[in-house]
Design a protein. Structure first.
Length: 405
């Protein structure tokens, strides 16, 4: 756009998502449904598009069909204005091999950079739930003259060992970048808080191309962004941190400002859904000033009949709750809950059918799961563990198309 720097967006969407199995048994992690209407990738794409970045390449690899289809059918921008969001499969441009790491994914896709010739490249992950205005991060990157800027979110230091952690000086220059350290470095202004990497980066293009070439030639590298490329740039003094707490998103509430979740496990995926359904949600899907965009299926509105109710819940289009009770749950589109059924603290994806008198508690039911009349899920933990996947936090999970017993 006129007056803006020339920015190319690259979204890393090749994640296998093993810890989300069985939700990733048939799809890539960024394609996992979330929040009733969305896919996980809709959050990063919404953030980029809302910020005015409308040239975006999505690098895919693992079980990418549903992800490719979602991007192609949902995220259609104006080619007349030079806008595009395009899925890019692994192309084996550097020989007969797949991506060996996130840095290698970009290295093997540098033709995209050469074709677009941007001044700056925004490299974001595809599977986090949050709102962010990336243009504010780009503005800081340009102002500081850094080669790479890494988004950091403040977390209590005792919890930071689960993340890649950023040590920085008072000027914002990164002095160390370590993956899952036992003793995370504190922030310059608070020793009890650490900067956790959000997996979001802004690069000056020339530096990124040079760094990727050097990393590609290093046989001892795992070719990972957080494990190899960023530490290399830290060592030469080219890295700066962007404090996510300084990001101002239009329409944000005091309650959901600064929200960010890495939904990498079944438990964090479940907990993030529970953040959506309270009266004053921890993450507010209803912010019209910074919408999360997606395609809405051509279905009629949700219907509640014969005394069916839903309390503190999200219910998607085309769903019918008939003489049943839904409490503190997220129901996607085209869900049927029949007479006498009880749903509590659960996530039901599109096409789920819950029979008469069935009970579903603290569960995730993937697309087209069938729960027969009288079945009980989340009631007898020993029986659930014999039949289904149960997370460390005791969330019962049924995979796509499963028939409950």
């Amino acid at each position: 756009m006129k007056g803006q720097p020339h920015v190319l967006g690259i979204v890393l969407a090749g994640g296998e998502g093993k810890r989300l199995w069985p939700l990733t048994a048939d799809r890539a992690k960024p394609a996992v449904p979330f929040g009733g209407n969305y896919r996980l990738i809709d959050f990063v794409l919404s953030n980029l598009v809302n910020a005015g970045y409308i040239r975006i390449c999505v690098l895919t690899q693992y079980k990418s069909h549903s992800l490719d289809r979602h991007i192609s059918t949902t995220w259609r921008l104006s080619s007349l204005l030079g806008q595009y969001i395009t899925p890019v499969p692994a192309q084996q441009r550097l020989g007969p091999r797949w991506y060996t790491g996130s840095a290698d994914a970009i290295f093997q896709s540098l033709n995209l950079v050469y074709d677009e010739a941007p001044e700056y490249i925004v490299v974001f992950g595809a599977d986090h739930v949050y709102r962010m205005d990336p243009s504010q991060m780009v503005e800081q990157h340009i102002a500081t003259g850094a080669g790479v800027t890494v988004a950091g979110i403040r977390v209590p230091r005792e919890q930071a060992s689960a993340f890649g952690c950023i040590g920085a000086d008072a000027s914002g220059r990164i002095t160390e970048f370590v993956e899952k350290p036992v003793l995370p470095p504190g922030t310059p202004d608070d020793p009890d808080v650490a900067f956790a990497s959000m997996g979001n980066y802004v690069f000056t293009t020339k530096l990124l191309v040079a760094a990727l070439s050097a990393d590609g030639a290093n046989q001892d590298s795992d070719h990972d962004m957080g494990g190899d490329l960023i530490p290399m740039l830290v060592d030469v003094g080219e890295a700066a941190v962007y404090d996510f707490a300084e990001n101002v998103v239009p329409g944000a509430t005091d309650r959901d400002r600064g929200y960010w979740r890495d939904v990498g496990t079944l438990d964090t995926y479940y907990e993030s859904h529970m953040d959506l359904v309270s009266v004053h949600p921890v993450f507010n899907l209803y912010n019209r000033e910074w919408p999360i965009r997606t395609a809405v299926p051509p279905l009629p509105p949700a219907k509640f009949v014969q005394g069916g109710t839903a309390q503190e819940s999200i219910v998607g289009a085309g769903s019918i709750v008939s003489a049943a009770q839904v409490v503190h749950s997220v129901l996607s589109s085209d869900v049927l809950v029949e007479a006498g059924a009880y749903i509590e603290g659960s996530v039901l994806m599109p096409g789920v059918r819950v029979g008469k008198g069935a009970v579903v508690r603290r569960a995730i039911l993937d697309k087209n799961v069938l729960v027969p009349d009288g079945a009980q899920i989340g009631v007898d933990s020993d029986l659930d563990r014999e039949r289904y996947t149960v997370s460390g936090g005791n969330v019962v999970v049924l995979g796509k198309g499963a028939h409950a017993e």
